[in-house]
Design a protein around this ligand. Structure first.
Ligand code: NAD
Length: 541
């Protein structure tokens, strides 16, 4: 900042486009989808100003059409990983000295590109590579990503404006320095916006980043890098490395200048990475900041005062949108006996009405699950459920991977509230219902609170204000995002900052200033205007 205290645009959430028949946005995204489908996408490593296409590459395939190849991505070797760290560190001094309004302008421009000229590309790549239908792609890749970038600029500006009080003859300044070193961003397949934000949030605060995306998000990862480049993120500030996660992590976590880990993915991988960092603690120049948002076993608890249709819709959308592959997806449902049949009938009816198939058919509510491992794992749970006496399959239970990894949305009912599908994160379109006696709602809430190791999202459905207040208290630690009369998914940046505790993560709330605070290391500067010239205090002679 040179001569002015600049303000930043007041963010508003990016409007979700409708993609109705004959709309220009629908035409454009479908044309882009078709062009991408026929082209051969090459995703290089992005190291400094170099784009490196390696000899060893892995295929990118649409999960709903896995015999078709979309292109390939490069597999890094150990030397590439070291080069990426070196490039980040080489870029760090210039970047941290770039004033905030210029760093902000870069990411605000990226948001404009996402919402504008890149909208069809980022949506189509997400539809193809991650098998999202257009609505799911739009709310994630276009809207949530643009929101993250715009809101973070406003949050960062608020953070910078928070200053200490001034003393007598003293000026106090708080400078929000970036961390010393580089940030390692490790991202999941399921949200393009999360992938982009895990790099962009630390970079906005002046940090440099080495990013390892999921193998199953590589197509939209390339579009993200194209956008960052066009928006003016300088070379080396965000470097992309793909390939063997264990090899990459071993090198990165071994580096003395690791300043932070920004992770979203499964609990198991996060715990492993944290442990690796712990084992190397004496080796680092700073204590690395560790931010991780991980798994969930998210619940909907329905009270006998609930509006039936509200419960039916919350379970249907919360459980099955994007094939249940949201960390916030509802997968354990508690229903009171008096209305359980009606709610189950409504959900089963909805499931029967779902159309299933490729995302380029915009009628499809359900598309494929992400990869064969996920498909096979889900099939194992479904087959197990068919054989277990304490479980009944109420809908779905069928699957087919001949063309794409399609699992029909499945609804299970169990008499055992600790049945495996009530406790384990399956990450697919499999929802389990447990029916309790109406008057046992309080003991059932205790069960909800203690059944799973996670604490990510949850919802209660009720029209009884006393119940709502009581249940909100009893479930205070059961979910970091708690919903009343709604599905437990679909958090919007700026409105519902997202994250959970227990085994679900460090709860640093993506899409809020709390997350950005993890990427700064404040320096206090005290300037004394008229310095003391005598060491003695007035009380002394
Ligand atoms: P994942 O844990 O399999 O992969 C996440 C990332 O970790 C990927 O980049 C992967 O390559 C990397 N990875 C895997 N093994 C590794 C290793 N040994 N060392 C270093 N890195 C490794 O998760 P996923 O399947 O991509 O995503 C689904 C998971 O993410 C679910 O558990 C879901 O709940 C969670 N998730 C959580 C949130 C949240 O905000 N809480 C959001 C999205 C997804």
């Amino acid at each position: 900042m040179k001569n002015g205290f600049f303000s930043v645009p007041r963010p508003i959430n990016e409007p979700v486009l409708k993609y109705k028949k004959n709309s220009p946005e629908r035409r454009e995204v479908l044309e882009t989808y078709t062009t991408f489908y026929k082209s051969n996408i090459e995703v290089p490593l992005y190291i400094g100003d170099k784009k490196i296409v390696t000899k060893k590459r892995a295929k990118i395939v649409p999960p709903h059409d896995h015999k078709h190849t979309l292109g390939s991505f490069s597999i890094a070797n150990a030397s590439h990983v070291t080069q990426a760290i070196d490039s980040a560190l080489a870029a760090s001094l210039n970047w941290e000295n770039t004033s905030f309004e210029h760093r902000a302008a870069v990411f605000l421009k990226a948001a404009e590109l996402i919402a504008g000229t890149y909208r069809a590309r980022i949506n189509a790549s997400t539809m193809l590579g991650q098998s999202k239908n257009i609505f799911q792609a739009e709310i994630d890749a276009a809207c949530e990503f643009a929101d993250f970038l715009r809101f973070n600029v406003a949050f960062a500006s608020d953070i910078y404006s928070k200053q200490p009080i001034q003393g007598d003859g003293v000026i106090n300044r708080l400078e929000y320095r970036p961390l010393e070193g580089f940030i390692y961003a490790v991202t999941p397949f399921n949200f393009t916006a999360i992938a982009g934000n895990l790099c962009a949030a630390p970079a906005l605060m002046g940090n440099v980043v080495v990013w390892k995306p999921s193998d199953h998000q590589m197509f939209s990862a390339k579009i993200i890098m194209d956008i960052f480049e066009e928006a003016g993120v300088p070379p080396g500030v965000i470097n992309l490395i793909s390939g063997d996660p264990a090899m990459i992590s071993n090198i990165i976590l071994d580096h003395p200048q690791l300043a932070g880990l920004h992770f979203t993915g499964s609990t198991q991988v996060f715990k492993h990475l944290w442990q690796q960092i712990g084992n190397k603690l004496t080796h680092y120049r700073n204590y690395p900041r560790i931010v991780g948002e991980t798994g969930g076993k998210d619940f909907i608890f329905t009270h006998h005062s609930a509006d039936i249709q509200t419960a039916v819709t919350a379970i249907t959308r919360g459980g099955y949108e994007f094939q249940g592959q949201k960390c916030s997806a509802a997968s354990r449902i508690y229903l009171p006996a008096s209305i359980s049949d009606k709610i189950i009938a409504g959900v089963v009816n909805n499931i029967k009405s779902f159309s299933i198939g490729s995302p380029d058919d915009m009628n499809n509510f359900i598309t494929a699950v992400i990869h064969e491992n996920s498909f096979d794992r889900l099939v194992r749970y479904i087959e197990q459920a068919k054989n277990d006496k304490e479980v009944e399959v109420l809908a779905g239970g069928i699957y087919d991977k001949s063309k794409g990894y399609f699992i029909h949305p499945t609804l299970l009912k169990t008499t055992n509230p600790h049945y495996t599908t009530m406790e384990t994160e399956l990450f697919g379109p499999v929802v389990t219902v447990y029916v309790y006696e109406d008057n046992e709602w309080e003991s059932t809430l205790k069960l909800v609170n203690t059944t799973s190791e996670y604490g990510l999202t949850g919802a209660i459905i009720s029209q009884d204000r006393h119940f709502i207040e009581h249940a909100s208290e009893m479930l205070r630690h059961a979910a970091g995002n708690f919903y009343i009369n709604d599905k437990p998914s679909g958090a919007v940046v700026g409105q519902q900052p997202f994250g959970g505790s227990r085994a679900s993560g460090t709860n640093d709330k993506a899409g809020s200033s709390l997350n950005l605070l993890r990427w700064v290391s404040p320096r206090l500067i005290k300037e004394t205007l008229v310095p003391a010239t005598d060491y003695r205090y007035p009380c002394m002679n």
